[in-house]
Design a protein around this ligand. Structure first.
Ligand SMILES: *Cc1c(COP(=O)(O)O)cnc(C)c1O
Length: 659
C-alpha cells in the first residue's frame, strides 16, 4: 500500500482532513516536498524545487546554475493575456537532450576504441510539431543527427526538413508505391535515405521501381527479433510482431537482391523491440542477438554498414528507478555503454568490422521539454456539505441510532463504529426506497455518516495497527480537485495506457500539503480524471495537495508530456489544442528567460470547423432568432445586439473554462 495513503506510516502523513493548525507551523521542508513529488528523480537535472517553494527549471544541461522560476513564466503568460490551460515548451531542453545523446555515444565510441560511427535519427512520430522537428534538426546538425519517418506524411516532412547531406533519413513503416517513389525522389536529390523493408512484398515493389527510375536504393532490413522487450510494448518483437522479416525471409531477400544485381544496396540491419524498455536486460539481449545476425550476414558477404537499434530508451516518469511500467532501471550512460561495448565484443569475436550505430530514441529526446499548466478551479468533497442534524420529534429510529453513535463513539471502538454506521447508512437507503424515510432524514444520516468517518480517521491516525477496512477511509474522504484541462487532450496516455505522469504544484512547495486528492478534468466523462500518481513504492491513487486559498490561483504542472502525449490528444467534448508558449533561456535577462513565441490554441470556431460545422452560418441562425424576438418586443434592440456579439465572441474564444 502506498505510504501516503496509509495514515499509520510515518509522522509526515497526510490526512484528507485539513490537518489542524499544527500544519501551519509544521517542520515541513523542501526535502519533504522532494520526497512527496520526486521532482529531482524524474527531473533529470532539468527540474528542481527551490527554497522559495517554486518549481525551477534548468533547461541547459551545461549550465546547471541557470534557473528559471516556473512561476515567473506563468505570471508573464498571465500578463500577456494567455489563457490557461497552456503548454510550456523549453526548447533548450530539446537541444540539451539531443546533445547529450550524441555526445554520450561519441564519448563511448572513443573510450571503447569502437571503429564505427554513431548516426542517430529522431523518429518523427514521437512529436511531429514543426517547431520541435526544427529545433531537433538544428541542435543535431553538428552531430549529423537525422530523422526517422514511419509514414508517407512523415516522409514528406522529413524530406523538407532533413536537408543535411551527412545525416541519415531512415524510413520505416508500411510502404505503398507512392511512399517508395518519394523515397527514391529523396535519393535523387542526394538525401541520405535508407529504406527499411518491413514486409517482404515491399522489396519486390522497390526493385521494380528502382529499375524504372534507374536509381540504386539504399536498403535496410528489419529483423523480427526473438528477444522480447519488457513493459507495455513487448509485442513489438517476437514471432507475432507486426513488423519485420523472419530469418528465412531475410535470407530470401538477400538471394533476391543478389539475383537482381542489387546486393550492394543492403546497408542496414534494423530492429526495434518496443518503446519504454523498462529493463536494461532486454537491451543487452537485443544487442547480443542483433550483433550475431549482423555478423553472420556479413560473413555471408552482405555488405552491411549500419545496425539500427531502434527506439526504446526509457523515461523514469515516476522517479522510482525500477522496472515499473512508468520507470526504468538504467540511464542514458548505461544504455549507450551496453550498445557500444556489446557490438564491439561480439563483432570482434566474429571477426567482422564494427558497424556504424544508428538509434531512434524519440521518447527520451522529447518527454522532458514540455509540460501542461492547469489551474485548479474547484474542489469536490464527499463530506463537504453540512446539514442540520438536530433531533426532531417522531424521527425514524435509524436517525436516532446514528446520532447516538456519534455522541458516544470512543477511541477504542473505531472498527465497531465503522461497521455500525455502514449498516445504518445501508438501512436508511432501504427505508427510503420503501417510502418510510423522508428526504430530511436521509440528509441527516448522510451528514452524520461523513462526520463520523472524519472522526474515525482522526482517531486512528496515530495507531500502530489499523484494520484493513479502516485504511480505506482516507481514500473515501479524499477530495477531488477540479482542474481546467481535458485528460483526453493533454494527458492521453494517462487515460489510455495508465501512464503515470509526474504532477506537482508549481508553488507553495515549502508549505505542507494538507489534502489528499485525485484530479478530475472538465470533460463530461467520468473517465476524465487522473487517479494514478507517484507513490512510495508503487502507483498511488491520491496526490497530496494544498488547501485552496480563495482568490489565489493554484497551478498544477503535468510534466514529461513532450513525447507522444503532445500530439496524440483528441477532441473529446470539443476541447481543442492548448495555448502554447516557447520559452528560451537567456543568461542576461533578469529572469533568465524570454517567451519567444506564443501559439494560440484552438478556438471554438476551429474545433467546430474541424467537425464540419460552419460557424458563420450558425451565428446567422442565432441572429435571426434574436431579431425575431426583438421584433416581438421580447428582447430590447440594444440587448439583442449584445447577445449576438456575445455568441460571436464565444465562437472566437478559447474552448476551456475562463478562470
Ligand atoms: C516508435 C518507434 C521509435 C521510437 O521509440 P521510443 O521508444 O520513443 O524511442 C523508434 N523506432 C521505431 C521503428 C518506432 O516504431
Amino acid at each position: 500500500m502506498n505510504k501516503l495513503n496509509n495514515p499509520s506510516s510515518g509522522n509526515k502523513e497526510f490526512s484528507s482532513n485539513e490537518l489542524a493548525s499544527t500544519a501551519l507551523n509544521s517542520s515541513w521542508t523542501i526535502d519533504d516536498a522532494e520526497k512527496a513529488y520526486r521532482v529531482k528523480r524524474w527531473g533529470n537535472g532539468y527540474f528542481d524545487i527551490s527554497e522559495c517553494g517554486n518549481i525551477h527549471v534548468s533547461p541547459r544541461y551545461d549550465q546547471p546554475d541557470l534557473k528559471i522560476n516556473l512561476r515567473e513564466v506563468i505570471n508573464e503568460m498571465a500578463e500577456e493575456g494567455i489563457e490557461f490551460p497552456a503548454v510550456i515548451r523549453f526548447h533548450d531542453i530539446l537541444r540539451s537532450q539531443v546533445e547529450q545523446l550524441n555526445k554520450t555515444f561519441r564519448a563511448k565510441i572513443e573510450e571503447a576504441d569502437y571503429e564505427g560511427k554513431y548516426l542517430g535519427v529522431f523518429p518523427v512520430k514521437v512529436n511531429q510539431m514543426r517547431e520541435v522537428i526544427e529545433e531537433i534538426v538544428d541542435a543535431g546538425s553538428r552531430f549529423n543527427y537525422g530523422l526517422e519517418a514511419g509514414s508517407k506524411p512523415e516522409l514528406i516532412a522529413a524530406l523538407a526538413y532533413n536537408t543535411n547531406k551527412d545525416s541519415l533519413t531512415v524510413l520505416n513503416g508500411y510502404k505503398d508505391e507512392e511512399y517508395l517513389r518519394l523515397a527514391l525522389l529523396g535519393l535523387k536529390i542526394n538525401r541520405n535515405i535508407i529504406i527499411v523493408i518491413e514486409k517482404f512484398s515491399e522489396l519486390t515493389k522497390l526493385i521494380s521501381l528502382a529499375k524504372e527510375l534507374n536509381i540504386a536504393p539504399v536498403i535496410g532490413l528489419r529483423v523480427k527479433m526473438m528477444v522480447k522487450g519488457r513493459g507495455k510494448w513487448e509485442s513489438s518483437s517476437g514471432e507475432r510482431a507486426k513488423f519485420g522479416l523472419s530469418i528465412a525471409e531475410i535470407l530470401n531477400a538477400v538471394t533476391l537482391l543478389e539475383n537482381e544485381g542489387m546486393k550492394d544496396s543492403i546497408k542496414l540491419l534494423h530492429f526495434h523491440i518496443g518503446s519504454q524498455l523498462t529493463d536494461i536486460r532486454a537491451v543487452k539481449e537485443a544487442v547480443q542477438e542483433s550483433s550475431l545476425v549482423y555478423s553472420k550476414l556479413v560473413q555471408l558477404g552482405v555488405p552491411l554498414e549500419y545496425v539500427d537499434v531502434g527506439g526504446g530508451l526509457a523515461i523514469d516518469y515516476d522517479g522510482s528507478q525500477s522496472t515499473n511500467d512508468s520507470s526504468c532501471n538504467y540511464g542514458l550512460e548505461e544504455y549507450v555503454s551496453d550498445i557500444v561495448y556489446g557490438f564491439k565484443q561480439n563483432c570482434d569475436l566474429e571477426s567482422v568490422p564494427h558497424p556504424n550505430i544508428v538509434s531512434e530514441s524519440g521518447r527520451a529526446m522529447t518527454a522532458h521539454h514540455s509540460c501542461v499548466i492547469t489551474k485548479v478551479i474547484g474542489e469536490i468533497h464527499p463530506s463537504g456539505t453540512q446539514y442540520a442534524t438536530k433531533k426532531s420529534t417522531s424521527e425514524h429510529i435509524i436517525v436516532t441510532n446514528m446520532r447516538d453513535i456519534e455522541n458516544e463513539m470512543e477511541q477504542e471502538n473505531s472498527q465497531e463504529v465503522y461497521n455500525d454506521i455502514c449498516q445504518l447508512k445501508e438501512q436508511a437507503f432501504q427505508a427510503f426506497k420503501l417510502g418510510i424515510f423522508t428526504l430530511d432524514e436521509l440528509a441527516k444520516v448522510e451528514t452524520m455518516y461523513w462526520r463520523i468517518l472524519n472522526r474515525i480517521e482522526t482517531q486512528i491516525k496515530n495507531e500502530e495497527f489499523i484494520p484493513e477496512e479502516l485504511r480505506e477511509i482516507s481514500a473515501m474522504l479524499s477530495s477531488q480537485y477540479l482542474a481546467n484541462f481535458s485528460v483526453f487532450q493533454s494527458a492521453a496516455d494517462s487515460w489510455a495506457i495508465d501512464q503515470v505522469l509526474p504532477i506537482v504544484p508549481i508553488s507553495r512547495l515549502n508549505e505542507q500539503p494538507t489534502k489528499l486528492c485525485s484530479l478530475v478534468d472538465i470533460t463530461c466523462d467520468s473517465d476524465g480524471k487522473i487517479d494514478k500518481f507517484i507513490g512510495e513504492d508503487t502507483v498511488a491513487s491520491n496526490i497530496p495537495l494544498h488547501q485552496l486559498i480563495p482568490g489565489e490561483d493554484y497551478f498544477l504542472g503535468i510534466f514529461l508530456t513532450g513525447a507522444y502525449q503532445d500530439v496524440m490528444g483528441d477532441m473529446h467534448n470539443l476541447f481543442g489544442r492548448l495555448n502554447e508558449v516557447h520559452v528560451f533561456s537567456y543568461d542576461d535577462d533578469p529572469k533568465d528567460f524570454y517567451i519567444e513565441e506564443t501559439v494560440k490554441g484552438s478556438s471554438v470556431e476551429n474545433v467546430l470547423s474541424t467537425m464540419q460545422y460552419t460557424p458563420v452560418l450558425m451565428a446567422q441562425v442565432i441572429k435571426k432568432d434574436i431579431d425575431k424576438e426583438v421584433q416581438r418586443g421580447k428582447i430590447k434592440p440594444r440587448e439583442g445586439v449584445n447577445l449576438i456579439d456575445f455568441y460571436e465572441e464565444c465562437l472566437a474564444g478559447y474552448t476551456y473554462l475562463k478562470s
